[in-house]
Design a protein around this ligand. Structure first.
Ligand SMILES: N[C@@H](CCC(=O)N[C@@H](CS)C(=O)NCC(=O)O)C(=O)O
Length: 217
């Protein structure tokens, strides 16, 4: 992509939130971006300006030349295509692309709601609920990690950012619920060793500390 057509990337971000995956994505892509920090405790995400970008009033939101994209999976899928040099998405129409779509969908569309049901003790009919039960989710993750080192085999992709990033977050919250998934510890170690994830964590921590200091003053 010629430099002149590189879109301006802005991430609307809050620390310790689901926006951390989008921050990690931008670090993996290695593209310049502007970080617009929101304080969720002050409801910055519900201002008219922000609701015009995302009517859900949630982060992350990424704008590309002002065009808003929200939902982590959509952000990841689109940015991996817009910045193909990073090699985070398999070629369209290939079996690897099909697997990539599956893991992109699975992280936020299946694993997250099944995990929330479990920890919040929601009673759902898992035959009717589109995301199923947590035992099935764990079986699917174990099958996905069998080959390794990444969900698509040899290649780290946006799917590891979404599903792996969600696993990274949930296992920090409730490690015991994931303890019996073969291969998961090694997979998480590989994810956490990635320089882009480490950098995103540092930024997250700095922003969090600034917000905490502002709340205390
Ligand atoms: N499905 C969305 C979830 C986004 C989301 O729930 N973000 C939370 C932070 S973890 C948020 O912005 N909450 C603020 C609110 O709802 O007011 C995604 O994956 O991007």
């Amino acid at each position: 992509m010629p430099a002149s057509s590189t879109p301006k990337v802005t991430l609307y971000f809050a620390p310790r939130s689901r926006a951390s995956r989008a921050l990690w994505l931008l670090e993996e892509l290695g593209v310049p971006y502007e970080l617009r920090v929101l304080d969720l405790t002050r409801a910055d995400q519900k201002t008219d300006e922000l609701l015009a970008l995302n009517p859900m009033g949630k982060v992350p939101i990424v704008t590309l030349d002002g065009h808003p994209i929200w939902e982590t999976t959509a952000i990841t899928a689109h940015l991996c295509d817009v910045f193909p040099e990073a090699g985070l998405a398999p070629k369209i129409g290939t079996p690897a692309r099909a697997d990539y779509y599956r893991w992109l969908s699975f992280g936020t569309g299946v694993m997250e709601p099944a995990f929330m049901d479990l920890v919040k003790k929601h009673e759902v009919n898992t035959r009717q609920a589109g995301w199923g039960d947590f035992a099935s989710v764990k079986r699917a993750i174990a099958a996905g990690l069998e080959k390794g080192p990444w969900l698509l085999g040899d290649r780290f992709t946006g799917a590891d950012l979404v599903t792996g990033g969600t696993l990274d977050f949930f296992t920090m919250w409730a490690a015991d619920q994931f303890a019996d998934i073969p291969g998961l510890d090694a997979y998480l170690k590989r994810l956490r060793a990635r320089p882009a994830l480490r950098k995103a964590r540092e930024i997250d921590q700095e922003v969090f500390a600034r917000q905490e200091a502002a709340h205390a003053s």
